[in-house]
Design a binder for this molecule. Structure first.
Ligand SMILES: Nc1nc2c(ncn2[C@@H]2O[C@H](COP(=O)(O)OP(=O)(O)OP(=O)(O)O)[C@@H](O)[C@H]2O)c(=O)[nH]1
Ligand SMILES: [Mg+2]
Length: 435
């Protein structure tokens, strides 16, 4: 053996793996009378992919049929005790409930099972915290987390007011709780002010962008529907992060997209929605989601290969309503048709697309341009050739039809109201010059 190739052995050094051990998660749900198209089993499957996205290993799941969740233990107390056997068997270290838990329910379950207990909202907030990259994203996630914590603060301190009770013990416990609440409230107001500042900056940016610039399109849809992949495919590049995991995108990304006529649109990809999205997140992400409320057109991406596309659309509709954007003009895209079932292909009025193979993307661009133009005022006029430079510059941005006639330029199609009036002014000016 060649001595020089011998690996050098470090002396006295041990590599210590500091990564925390992967948590073993067990999932629970309650199946009530109304499930809004989400049987407990399906909702649990989604919860499992959320748990995996957060880095846990899912070791089991159970659900219970009951009219309402138990006020003390979410699932019934008997069922909760039965989980002790599952704990022995699977060794779970984390219990995740599919609905938001009250502090009492969380404590009840923790007492019976002696493991950490969290709920779906907490899990989603965690994933958001994990994926937030920008300053704005982090601010908003922290705000949502604080809002989530505030009403749950009691449980940290109740042991103080309970121990012994009576004179001298209750006071400090309660005042500590009050101090903590006040601290969190102060922090919430400070964060809100900062988010508002970011929002105002963003608004100024958006205004300078829209002043005489291209129309805007916001991509909306359920998480993992393929929104980022579609934006890449519209731009013809791979630059936006698209991944097979939930909430890969948190911060809005805008790209210029070339439409068939040569005009451009600004297309924004943003955070996806999910069933039982914590309301704190919708509130905190209002600044980010304003991109959606401000857009000229919504491009709703539906994962046509997911058996739950109908429920996904209902969730998207609910969030859009909450944002006051449900009435906006909308183009619906049935994505992932390369692996969709028959039912998924029948989404009414949807354009069939595969963002991965590129199938249908050309037609989508045509429809997009058509829709955007329809929102403008109709124009139909003739202009002399000496203003061709100005006309071409406007066309590059708005994409109306331009025909080079023998003696005149003929313009037809739709353009935003201010462009239409600019064209008319141009006509008056050019005629004035001719005469
Ligand atoms: N088969 C197939 N897979 C697709 C298609 N479009 C997207 N995907 C896959 O779906 C997964 C999610 O895609 P993304 O573009 O990240 O989805 P998203 O809607 O941006 O998701 P979030 O940002 O997490 O909300 C990725 O693994 C993509 O490769 C498609 O047309 N066909
Ligand atoms: Mg994305």
């Amino acid at each position: 053996m060649n001595l020089e190739e011998k690996p050098v052995k470090p002396h006295g050094r041990h590599i210590i793996d500091l990564a925390p051990p992967q948590e073993r998660a067990f999932l629970i749900a309650v199946e009530g009378q109304e499930n809004h198209g989400w049987p407990a089993q399906d909702s649990l499957e989604e919860l499992a992919s959320l748990a995996r996205t957060a880095g846990a290993e899912v070791v089991g799941a159970e659900w219970q049929q009951r009219r309402h969740p138990d006020p003390d233990t979410y699932i019934g107390a008997g069922k909760a005790r039965e989980l002790l056997a599952a704990k022995l068997e699977t060794g779970f270290t984390l219990l995740i409930a599919d609905d938001e838990l009250s502090p009492t329910q969380q404590r009840g379950l923790e007492e019976v099972l002696n493991v950490k207990v969290i709920d779906r909202s907490r899990l989603i907030l965690d994933i958001f915290a994990l994926h937030a990259r920008t300053h704005e994203g982090r601010l908003q996630v922290e705000l949502a987390q604080l809002e989530y914590q505030l009403p749950r603060l009691t449980r940290l301190w109740t042991h103080l007011s309970r121990t012994g009770g009576g004179i001298g013990t209750r006071g400090p416990g309660e005042s500590q709780l009050e101090t903590d609440r006040r601290l969190i409230r102060d922090r919430i107001s400070a964060m809100k002010a900062r988010v508002e500042q970011v929002r105002r900056n963003r608004e100024t940016g958006a205004r300078s962008r829209t002043a005489g610039s291209a129309p805007t399109v916001a991509i909306v849809g359920y998480t993992n529907a393929g929104k980022s992949t579609l934006l890449n495919s519209l731009v013809g590049s791979e630059e936006v992060l698209a991944e097979d995991r939930l909430f890969a995108t948190l911060d809005p990304t805008s790209r210029r997209v070339r439409l068939p006529s040569g005009a451009q649109a600004i297309v924004t990809d943003t955070v996806g929605f999910i069933h039982k999205l914590p309301h704190q997140l919708v509130d905190a992400f209002r600044a980010t989601l304003e991109e959606v409320s401000r857009a000229d057109l919504l491009l709703e991406v539906v994962d046509a290969s997911d058996p739950h596309w109908l429920e996904h659309r209902a969730t998207v509709q609910e969030v859009l309503e909450e944002l006051g954007a449900a009435g906006k003009p909308r183009l619906v895209v049935a994505n992932k048709v390369d692996r969709a079932s028959q039912a998924g292909l029948a989404i009414e009025g949807a354009l069939l697309v595969s963002a991965v193979t590129g199938l249908g993307v050309e037609r989508l661009l045509e429809r997009l341009e058509g829709e955007l133009q329809r929102q403008g005022s109709p124009v139909d006029l003739e202009l002399p050739y000496h203003v061709v430079g100005e006309v071409e510059a406007l066309r590059a941005r708005y994409g109306f039809q331009l025909v080079y006639g023998d003696a005149m330029l003929r313009i037809t199609g739709f353009a935003p109201a201010e462009v239409a009036s600019e064209l008319k002014k141009l006509k008056r000016r050019s005629i004035g010059r001719v005469l």
